[in-house]
Design a protein around this ligand. Sequence first.
Ligand code: PA5
Length: 441
Amino acid sequence: MLTLDLSKTASFLPEGYLQDYQARLEKAASMLANHNGPGSDFTGWVTLPRDYDKEEFARIQAAAKKIQQQSQVLVVIGIGGSYLGARAVIELLRSPMYNLKKKDTPDIFFTGNGLSTDALLELIEMIGDRDFSVNVISKSGTTTEPAVAFRIFKGMLEKKYGKEGARERIYATTDKARGALKGLADSEGYEEFVVPDEVGGRYSVLTAVGLLPIAVSGIDITALMAGARQAMEELSVPGLDNPAWQYAATRNAMDKSGKTVEMLAGYEPCFRFFAEWWKQLYGESEGKDGKGLLPASLEYTADLHSMGQYIQDGQRLMLETVVAFEPKGEFIIPDDPENIDGLNFLSGKPLSFVAEKAMRGVILAHVDGGVPNVLIQLPAISENSVGYLIYFFEYVCGLSGYLLEVNPFNQPGVEAYKKNMFALLGKPGYEELKAELEAKL
Ligand code: PA5
């Protein structure tokens, strides 16, 4: 399903570097497989494509159908790992312009992922008087952004449909036993889905966290899981010919050689948000203890006309990873008898031919300019290929974290801003910190 081309990294790394990683990769893969490395409580994602809760999966499909029948709009409330995966997959498989397309599934809006008043007011205006449902997603139930948004949309639903009608339209994805949202969902009688204990937020796209909104958009979640399962089976085979092992080792070697920024580039506009998901996955997993490649993202060819100069000539910090899918369709460039633009040398050629040559030209230019390139190639964008790619990146991320000798499954740094925000907002229990921070302002 996936081809990894590392040939354009060779001139940047010592010959035989992969062999030097063999023992460390064996150890990292074994810690993932046996759930006995740092953060092992959060490695449930490793076998999730096979071991997922089939009963809940059927409930997700039924709930998606009900939402499709009952509502013209689904409002998805969540932030970070409780948001990025669903949006990434919907944009990649359905389109970044999903809401504008002619379709028989509801519009889907994501909110609770920021604190913008203007964005909230705009969303309320966009929903207008249309029927809507809400999927609130929060493991803890106390994350400020989604909690505030849920208070607002719950109130709107109750005003529009009454308490009973609102209950029929609210779906809560949260912890199975604890937390503020769990308590509220139990007492209000919302349909509930689980964020599994053993799967952290950024690894949760293939749980109810991602799957419910994804299914509402009309995506075949069975095929998505099948693609992930294929990846799980293929990538669990140990050996230096395993593309996940090769990619993890190469990233690590690049980092050590001073290429401390990894830029993920795609040639499809619908890939843009997938790269946002990828940035969280790698940034939160690796960026700790003063370590980790800085994840960045680019949309080609558009960004060649904005970031291209820096990539070619700026500080030599970067490793470039390109994800390229086969096109789903074809478009032939028309002939123009007048040829005023001088482009008739392309007449009759498929647009994908131009894109392929552009990609090859860019890779060669960047490599010549001192930017090593990793090329990941996949068949056309489909549930299968996207499921495969999700698992591939998750697995490489787990391996990479262990090669880096960090716990890839915690995120202690995220708490710092939350504590300060709670203190400055005057949350009870934070009085001392509030005084300390206000003195610094
Ligand atoms: O990856 C993570 O763990 C985070 O991004 C969380 O998903 C995010 O902070 C949201 O947390 P919660 O689901 O508890 O609201």
